[in-house]
Design a protein. Structure first.
Lengths: 111, 113
């Protein structure tokens, strides 16, 4: 695979449901990031994984948000009991030498 | 407080002119600053990185400057084309430790023919 891939590309859910968003980073990239982008806003950092180190979770907005990265590769961002304010585009990026390579994002809509 | 600001939400210019976008930051000492391009419905794409000890960097029609005294970066597109229309984001590494970048909100550039 040439770039970062994310799935699904679009997700519509009802308020209160749980959702899982997936990110496949570029092979060999040890750093992986999740960001959130709301309409008209900049990218908001959520969580950062670097190799086998403990993730930097400082950007997660609440304990409803969690993420894991299995085997140093694929990552899943989970949002529990979704709220309407969670509606946004969720972007994943992997990094090489400081440069971040972004996936196309998952557009989450909470009804 | 720490801030990164791109002073224009939108910039409209005519084809062939030079577009200049500004990024200012306060209370950071970044080791480098980056510029990304984002098209609607897509993730940002890396364009250029400039380090704190570099004053200027060029890539084809793109030029970036970095003034650590003014805490400002300028991003220039010369001989602009309608295909350059997009949102341009600046980003910096907040603590020189290679952690998550802090992004500005972006400037949306429209180049008319």
């Amino acid at each position: 695979g040439a770039g970062v891939s994310q799935s699904p590309s679009n997700k519509v859910t009802e308020k209160g449901k749980d959702v899982e968003l997936r990110c496949d980073p570029i092979s060999g990239h040890t750093a992986l990031y999740w960001y959130r982008q709301s309409l008209g806003q900049g990218l908001e950092f959520l969580i950062y994984f670097q190799g086998n180190s403990a993730p930097d979770k400082s950007g997660l907005p609440s304990d409803r948000f969690s993420a894991e990265r299995t085997g140093g590769s694929v990552s899943t961002l989970t949002i529990q009991r979704t709220q309407q304010e969670d509606s946004a585009v969720y972007l994943c990026a992997s990094s090489f030498k400081g440069t971040q390579y972004f996936g196309p994002g998952t557009r989450l809509t909470v009804l | 407080s720490q801030k990164i600001e791109q002073n224009s939400e939108a910039l409209n210019i005519q084809e062939g002119k030079t577009a200049t976008l500004t990024c200012n930051y306060t209370n950071y000492s970044p080791a480098y600053l980056q510029w990304y391009r984002q098209d609607p419905g897509r993730g940002p794409v890396f364009l250029l990185l400039i380090r704190e000890n570099e004053k200027e960097k060029r890539k084809e029609r793109l030029k970036v400057t970095f003034d650590t005294t003014l805490k400002q970066s300028l991003f220039h597109i010369t001989a602009s084309q309608p295909a350059d229309s997009a949102t341009y984001l600046c980003a910096l590494d907040p603590n020189q430790a290679g952690t998550a970048l802090i992004f500005g909100k972006g400037t949306t550039l429209s180049v008319s023919s």
